[in-house]
Design a protein around this ligand. Structure first.
Ligand SMILES: Cc1ncc(COP(=O)(O)O)c(C=O)c1O
Length: 408
């Protein structure tokens, strides 16, 4: 006879279905209406293991008669709330949360690729993602090809019968090239190849790639989704069927989030829409200011009419986010560094998407150990600065940049 174990409260059937606008979904989706202790917030289940009332309860669980947790490496209740919220925000069936964006990428590609398969990347993708494929997946017999970003003909020409994935980021970092998401999805569909968009820079507030037909969306949730520069996390969203092997491999590889981290992410997500409105507004205001400044040679921001992908961005995106890349006029790397060192509000450091603005010189922060030829091939210029606008007041950020540019 089956025992009647109480349902896991965090998985109550009254959990929100995620209907409504992006802010309503961000606040409510994935959460039970009534929670343990009648708390409005989700509890943090600080537990590495989950106990069973008796042997029959274990059998019920194994036979999937009861949805619940078993052991922390396979998931925790808070993590599932976040996964459901993220799936709802992206309009996807399911999500798998990882300990970082890189863990999500590694988990996804390892779960779906076998020796003999190939992956085709647009070349402006995050350099560590490409490095994982070029240096590591190849050791396991998975091939890797790179084509110029947004060259869809080149991407199609690179497809072979072995191709398993087409991968792009949108917008790219730090060049902020915007992918024509429908064209990219259509290419994968026509050629029977999975498509993956790393949508870290746009977030589901600005674009939902699954709606355009892309198979997988990936985020470094460390950035805008967490939003407070206080956690590392990653997520892959897609169909239940395609995520099943990813979830299974995650349980073996063990790159999971702690319950505390999952709670921080849930809390950060609640203000995603509000924060993105401000990131979008600040990014555009700062980009416009920089474009008109005599010491600035060029600005890359898809919201500017001068950006090569402005038309695609305008057609497909709600806003263009907080990342702005600019080039200091007639400056070598040292004089460019002087500008970075002269700002007072943005902190100097890597990453983006948090409430605090950050600024960095890509040459120094990420490409210092690369040769000039390699840097040129990545289009990383000595006089390039990347600013990740936070949610401070735009006029303060602009005044700060003005004093830094005028003083140096
Ligand atoms: C676009 C993009 N994707 C993935 C990652 C990796 O994410 P994480 O740092 O959370 O591992 C980053 C990190 O900078 C990124 O910028």
């Amino acid at each position: 006879m089956l025992t009647t174990n109480a349902p896991d409260p965090a998985r109550s059937p009254s959990a929100s279905t995620g209907q409504g606008g992006p802010s309503t979904v961000a606040v409510h989706a994935g959460e039970a209406r009534q929670k343990p202790g009648f708390s409005i917030t989700d509890p943090i289940f600080a537990s590495s293991t989950y106990t069973f009332a008796d042997t029959q309860a274990i059998v019920d669980f194994i036979e999937q008669k009861q949805l619940r947790e078993e052991y922390g490496r396979y998931g925790n209740p808070g993590e599932r709330v976040v996964e459901d919220k993220l799936a709802a925000l992206e309009g996807g069936e399911a999500a798998a949360l990882f300990s970082s964006g890189m863990a999500a990428l590694v988990g996804l590609l390892m779960a779906h690729c076998s020796a003999g398969d190939e992956i085709v990347f647009f070349d402006e993708c995050y350099h560590r993602s490409r490095e994982f494929c070029r240096r590591h997946l190849t050791r396991f017999g998975v091939g890797f090809r790179e084509v110029i970003t947004a060259d869809y003909e080149a991407m199609e020409a690179a497809i072979t019968p072995q191709t398993k994935f087409l991968v792009s980021e949108s917008p790219t970092n730090p060049h902020l090239s915007v992918i024509d998401i429908e064209r990219f999805a259509d290419l994968g569909r026509r050629r029977g190849v999975h498509t993956l968009i790393d949508a870290t820079l746009c977030t589901p507030y600005n674009l939902t790639p699954l709606a355009a037909g892309v198979d997988f969306v990936l985020h470094s949730a460390t950035k805008y989704l967490g939003g407070h520069n206080d956690l590392l996390a990653g997520v892959v969203i897609g169909s239940k069927e395609l995520l099943e092997p990813v979830r299974t491999l995650r349980g073996i590889m063990g790159g999971v989030n702690s319950p505390h981290n999952a709670y921080l992410l849930e809390r950060g997500l609640k203000t995603l829409a509000l924060r993105m409105e401000r990131h979008n507004a600040n990014g555009l205001a700062v980009a416009r200011f920089l474009e008109g400044h005599p010491r600035v040679e060029r600005v890359l921001y898809p919201g500017l009419e001068s950006h090569p992908y402005h038309a695609v961005a305008k057609r497909t995106m709600r806003g263009c986010g907080g990342l702005v890349t600019f080039f200091v006029k007639d400056a070598d790397w040292r004089r460019t560094a002087d500008v970075v060192d002269a700002v007072r509000i943005p902190r100097i450091g890597p990453s983006l998407g948090g409430v605090e603005s950050l600024i960095e010189q890509p040459l120094v922060m990420s490409y210092w150990n690369y040769s000039p030829a390699e840097r040129a091939s990545f289009r990383i210029a000595d006089n390039m600065i990347r600013m990740a606008c936070g949610i401070e007041d735009a006029e303060d950020l602009i005044a700060d940049l003005a004093q830094a540019l005028d003083r140096t």
